[in-house]
Design a protein around this ligand. Structure first.
Ligand code: HEM
Ligand SMILES: CC(C)=CCC/C(C)=C/CC/C(C)=C/COP(=O)(O)OP(=O)(O)O
Length: 299
């Protein structure tokens, strides 16, 4: 029999799971880097702490709403059937309350400690993901994740505006990178999980247009991504170290897209999905290292 302690731990874990912590962690890495690139000096500790905390709370709130909206389809797919609401470990009322607490405290932090622009842009991202994508687009069109991807791509912009209070062109470049990255990131997983999405009646691209078509789309987006990822170098935001990293990481992504199209390797789709996460992490770290290296060498 489970002890009281086990039950408490299980419920903590369930609430943590509602936040999609790994996804939010990578988002926060991109918002931290957005903050650091926004100014030549290191951002004020208050902006770093309250800005990222506010953005993380709002993203986690959106993730919890996603769990609530998807509670009927999550039990159908093996990847999601153990989620807290799908399993009944957390009920809708508690999840809604939890999401509201996260969202309201995130918004309060951003408005009082950061600035109104960042707060409202973050709120727009929350609505974009939790309502526009999850409630409508996900069930309506195979272009769901392309349009919905804009919400997930926002964190570097949110980090940037936390520091500057204004939307600047370079911050939009970072958004564009994640926007172009999202289709290959997600469609690789969707190919791997095609049968489950079909079973749940969700019109993901591999279900509606087939695997071969989706793989070509992935290749096209990885080519676009490689091109877009060079913009920070072209505009002078980053230097040669970043250029080298963007080229190497981008070519590796294209390699995986081609491996998928050639259909000669088992597990190519899931490996491409895993690589997409490594790609984004390393690309943003390269932006960061380059930024401080250039500043250091320049002094
Ligand atoms: C609309 C846009 C996006 C869609 C549809 C999408 C979809 C997904 C899905 C279905 C998973 C699998 C989750 C699981 O197995 O539990 C996943 C995992 C992941 N995604 Fe995304 N994603 C999107 C945007 C992003 C963004 C913007 C980031 C970060 C900047 C991100 C980072 C991750 C990470 C780190 C994982 C691994 C999670 C884990 O291992 O627990 N995703 N994504
Ligand atoms: C405020 C802000 C920055 C908001 C962004 C919030 C956020 C956590 C976006 C995550 C994107 C994501 C994991 C989409 C997958 O949803 P899915 O429903 O297709 O995947 P699932 O089946 O794994 O739930």
């Amino acid at each position: 029999m489970a002890s009281n302690d086990d039950r408490v731990k299980a419920s903590w874990r369930s609430y943590l799971e509602l936040c999609k912590p790994n996804v939010v962690a990578l988002m926060i890495l991109t918002s931290v880097i957005g903050m650091m690139l926004a100014s030549p000096t290191f951002p004020h500790w208050k902006v770093m702490l309250f800005g990222n905390l506010g953005i993380a709370l709002m993203a986690a709130s959106a993730a919890a709403i996603n769990h609530i909206v998807d509670r009927k389809i999550d039990p159908i797919m093996s990847r999601t059937r153990n989620r807290p609401l799908a399993k009944g470990n957390v009920d809708v009322t508690h999840a809604l309350l939890f999401s509201t607490i996260l969202g309201v405290s995130g918004m309060a932090l951003l408005i009082t400690q950061i600035n109104a622009l960042t707060a409202w842009l973050t709120f727009a991202s929350l609505i974009g993901y939790a309502v526009v994508y999850t409630l409508f687009l996900k069930r309506a069109t195979p272009q769901n994740i392309v349009i919905g991807g804009l919400a997930g791509a926002a964190p570097p912009l949110l980090g940037w505006t936390s520091v500057t209070g204004v939307v600047e062109p370079n911050s939009l470049l970072l958004v564009l990178i994640i926007f172009a990255w999202t289709p290959p990131h997600f469609w690789a997983l969707a190919i791997h999980r095609k049968a489950e999405y079909a079973k749940a009646d969700i019109p993901m691209l591999p279900v509606t247009h087939g695997e071969a078509y989706t793989k070509v789309q992935i290749l096209l987006y990885t080519l676009i991504l490689l091109a877009i990822s060079l913009f920070p170098f072209i505009t002078g935001m980053s230097g040669y170290l970043y250029l080298g990293a963007a080229l190497a990481l981008g070519l590796r992504f294209i390699y995986w897209a081609v491996v998928m199209i050639r259909n000669v390797r088992p597990h190519a789709a899931i490996n491409t999905f895993k690589y997409s996460i490594t790609y984004l992490m390393l690309l943003f770290l390269a932006l960061l290292v380059d930024h401080y290296l250039v500043a250091y060498i320049g002094t």
